[in-house]
Design a protein around this ligand. Structure first.
Ligand code: ADP
Ligand code: MG
Length: 383
């Protein structure tokens, strides 16, 4: 099976990017001067104090990894320095992309595809990032957070197959038969996944189980790239599809980076529908899961890509959920989980987590948010 190629939605993203608003599938970079598609120095600053600044703003856009649009904005002293950092960031992202790839094999690499193929036969030794990510996900499962279940590959792959077929041939689009989903749902227990810390291996005791790490892989990679950027160019804004990571504030006098939240009510694809709100952030990550991204249509109804483990159907409780916190893997995990939970249950969970802020858009368009979100969201300031 081949990985889906850069979609129309992503191309429209790029178009919008060139029109000066950088949009990720979910969270959007709205900083108007920030999203120039090719790396170029910022225009000379207007005020005299900033004129002496040795810092210039540069931008890189890349579409070659993670099946999405990556953008990096950073303040560096010169173009060559920025270019070297952006090259290294993309190189590291490509490594993650290969390790987390569930559809393609790479010579000598025990990536997710390899694991799904062989881990039921014998324990498979896996690279550190994959081991680390799976261990973290298993900890969440053991703590009772099971709405985001990366061991649900058996169910998710059925949806994936029907969505792919229905996207290629919309007139013949069909829903997966419930019997198929139900029998797959017998093989989704993380308890059947053994991770051996010493040997760094993974083993499936259930041969019908597979892993799908789509809900968390970009978040994990965003954290790792952010760590690297902090060490070489701390003032940055990284967007990995819907995962945005804002480093230290921009070095042009502004106190924070502006990250937009796409309006899911009017969105039919990435970058459409306008901006619901703008979050002013630094040293934080912002991740959105929405129903307007990766969906297909059957009999006039949209069926999107976030599946409720209870009903085995796309969850209809939310239009979008945006998480703001320090860890992108946590934000990615939670954006999927809170998309599946009711607002009430999600709110209880969010309120119990230190340093996690959430913005929900409910099916009727109502916006709800945790108290602390008012420190960041322009529409909630002074609420
Ligand atoms: P996006 O892919 O738009 O970033 P998410 O972070 O919410 O969105 O992840 C959605 C992906 O995660 C799906 O494409 C699918 O591969 C997987 N997924 C869907 N539902 C679940 C779920 N309940 N638990 C774990 N993974 C899921
Ligand atoms: Mg997610």
């Amino acid at each position: 099976m081949k990985k889906t190629k850069i979609s129309k939605a992503v191309l429209s993203f790029l178009l919008i990017l060139t029109l000066c608003t950088g949009c990720a599938p979910a969270s959007v970079i709205t900083d108007p001067t920030a999203a120039v598609p090719t790396a170029s120095p910022a225009p000379p600053p207007a005020d005299a104090s900033a004129e002496e600044s040795p810092w210039h703003k540069f931008t890189r856009t890349d579409m070659s990894v993670f099946d999405t649009v990556i953008s990096l904005i950073g303040f560096a002293k010169e173009q060559a320095e920025f270019d070297a950092i952006a090259d290294e960031a993309v190189r590291r992202l490509r490594e993650f992309d290969h390790i987390f790839d569930g559809y393609n094999e790479y010579e000598g690499l025990h990536n997710l595809y390899y694991v799904n193929r062989y881990a039921a036969q014998e324990p498979v030794e896996i690279p550190e990032p994959l081991f680390d990510l799976l261990s973290w996900c298993k900890e969440q499962w053991e703590a009772g957070l099971r709405e985001t279940n990366v061991a649900m590959g058996a169910v998710l792959s059925i949806w994936h197959e029907y969505r792919d077929a229905g996207t290629k041939n919309p007139d013949a689009a069909q829903l997966p038969p419930m019997e198929d989903l139900q029998s797959a749902s017998q093989h989704v227990s993380f308890d059947q996944v053994t991770l051996d810390e010493e040997k760094h291996t993974v083993f499936f005791s259930d041969p019908a189980l597979t892993l799908d790490i789509g809900a968390v892989a970009k978040g994990y990679a965003a954290d790792a790239i952010a760590d690297y950027l902090y060490s070489v160019m701390p003032s940055f804004l990284l967007s990995l599809g819907g995962n945005v990571y804002a480093g230290q504030p921009p070095l042009d006098g502004r106190a924070a980076w502006a990250v937009g939240v796409q309006d899911p009510k009017h969105s039919t694809e990435v970058g459409s529908g306008g901006v619901l709100d703008v979050l002013d952030v630094h040293d934080k990550t912002v991740v959105t899961s929405g129903d307007y991204w990766r969906y297909y249509v059957v009999d006039g109804e949209r069926y999107h890509h976030i599946i409720d483990p209870e009903t085995l159907m796309p969850s209809r409780k939310m239009l979008s959920v945006t998480i703001l916190c320090d860890s992108s893997v946590l934000a990615d995990f939670l954006s999927t989980a809170l998309f599946v939970l009711s607002y009430e249950d999600g709110r209880k969970l969010a309120d119990s987590l230190e340093g996690v802020e959430v913005m929900w858009v409910l099916p009727d368009g109502t916006v709800e948010a945790t108290e602390g979100m008012a420190d960041y969201a322009r529409s909630l300031r002074g609420r």
